[in-house]
Structure formats: structure tokens, C-alpha cells
Design a protein. Sequence first.
Length: 398
Amino acid sequence: MVGGTPVIGTVPSSLPPGQITLKRMRKRWWAFRPFDLLARYWPSFGRRKGLLVVRIDGIGDLLMFLPALEHYSRVFGVPRNEITILGSHNWKDLAQSFLAGYRVKTFDEGRFDKNPLYRLKIGLWVRRQRFQKVSCDLFFRKAMVADTLVWMAAAPEVYITQPWISRKTRSEHAYYLGRHRYIETGAYPTHEILRHYAYLSAVGGEVIPPAPPLLPWPRGRSVVPAGSPYIVVHFGCNEPGRRWPFPFFQRLIGELLDQGHRVVLTGSAKEADELKACPDLLARDGLINLVCRTSLEQAIDVIADARAVVVNETGPGHIAIALGVPTVMMIGGGHFGNFVPYPPEVCPPRARFVYQPCDCYHCFYNCTRRKVDRTPFPCFAEIPYARVWTEVQDLLQG
């Protein structure tokens, strides 16, 4: 970026001459190369049309992207029903609700990254669609997944951003970036929401102000039994390290119940195993255990009707914020500022991010301080209970 304005570059500034060489490609890149070439150059006929948007991300990332997506039809000059979102199975079950009016294709990112035949299958699908335009504004992305899919489409018009580039993937990113113009959306750790709008502003040639996540969702469908308002506590996370310690959650739940609040627990099978060690807590009046007992859509229904949500740095937290539900989210410092906390200009007033500053922030969760695997990272473990409790009480009293 120059003077705060997004610019279009030609050669990545973080890729000095001498580093852009095929000799530095990983072995897997060469192993998959014949399949990638076959997909890219497979005969394809007919008129090109439409826009392919490559979104290989989680539910929270998708929610932060949705407000920007509303501008795509106008900025790219493509009707909404000719925009195809190519994304991960992570949010497959929510595609109809989140992406109404768009074409959607999801796939298994893990299989694509490891299985050459599955990779060829998806690549051929992309090639045969004959897209006129392709867009990818992911900052954290895999060259052998997102950039390869962009390249396989062989579209005449390609719009991509400069990604985060590590030493290991430098040559792979350079291979693809060197074939297209790219848009710089800011130095790390510019927040993802701001990146989306910097990208759109560069493509459209106008300043498009950023907007906070907003998820329209019907209310009154919660599976929670009728009664007094309830607080949702989601104490799990896909990554064990990115969790506030469970004993703190136990204490929080107990004190909320002592105040007379109903508390609803949500989560996956991992959280169900932890609860087995807490029979006394589960037996308390006012506690409603929905862990492993809802579909993804039902879980959103439960969150939508909640009085407040207390959650780790995970998808349900971003869902709660996008729904406008008062939310307290405990966050770490692995890539602080890039996803959370939200910057002031797009942070809803009832979203609170609680964290403990550490000298080791921006480690990308390659933690050197944690002594025992599968335990909370220190930046989570050291978040004081009193600070979380204060934020929860402030939201409840507001």
C-alpha cells in the first residue's frame, strides 16, 4: 500500500530475485504437477462467463467476508447468479443460508492438498466452467490450493492479492503471483475485514468503506425450552491450545447459575468428553447441555436467541457477533489483529475481546512457551478470570 491506498503490483516485493526458482519447489509440488497441468490445459469449449470467487476458509472468516461480497456484482460487473463461490466443506451446511442467490461449490481442502486424483477431479470442474473472471483475496492461503485453483481456471481476467509468504512456500507463491497482477491490501497484521475492502476499492477504482459482519437470521427458532433468558457458553475450539482453561469456564458457569441465569452449553464431541468429569455441574438447575445435540443451523438458532455468548476464539463467536448478540470472546496472540480483535471502525458495540498481552505475540501459534501438548497456550491461560467476569457482567447489565 502507498499512502494508505491499495495498489496493484507486478512482482512481490517480499520475493527478492534469486528466491523465485523452480529448484526450491517442494517435492509434493512436483508430484502433483502432471495432474495440475492436465486440469489447466484440458480442452474446454464455449463462451466464457461469470466470476469464480475462491474462498478456502472457516465459518468465522466467511462471515467477515460476507458484507464485502455484497459489492462483488457491481464491482466486477457480473450478475449475482453468475458468481460462483468455491469454498471449503467447513461451511457446506450453511451455504444455502449464508450465500443465497450465488452459485456455490464446496470441496474437501485436505483431500485436494493430498490426493492427486481428487485434486484432478476438482481442477477439471473448475476448468470446465469456463469462467471469465477469477477472484481470490485470501491473505493466509496455500499456494498449492487457492493459487492453483485460480491458475487451473485459466480465466482471462484474474484478480488476486499478495498473500502471507513464508520461506517454505516462497517459490510456490512466486510461481503463481508472477503470472498475474496482484493487489497489496496492507502489511501484516492488517485486519481481514479491512483487507476485503482495500481489495474491492482497488478493483473498483473507488473507496468502499468497510462494514462490520452482519448475519440476517430468523429469531424464535431456538431448541432451548421456553423460560427466562439464557446465556450461551461455548468452551471448546478445534485447536486445543486456543482455549481459555476449562476450570475458568466451570467457575464462570457456576457463578452465572448462582446469579439465577440459565446457561446453555454448546460444542462438539471433544467438549462432551470434558463434561463427563463434571457430573455435579451438569446436575445443577438452570444448566441446559446441548453439547453434541444440535445441528449447525440449530446451534445458530440457539445463539441468535441468547441474551449473551461467552466463547473462545472460534467460529461460534464470530457468528454471535454477526448476529448482534452481546459477546465476550477470549482471544490469543498468534496472529493478533489479523482476525481478532475487530478494529474499532467495524467492531459492533456489544462485542468484547479479552486478551492478555505477551511479548511472544504473532507467533502464528507455533508456541515455544507451552510445556504440555494439547493444553491452552499461555496467551489464553494467562487471561485473568476477573477480567472476563467483569466484561460478562457489564454486557448483562447493559
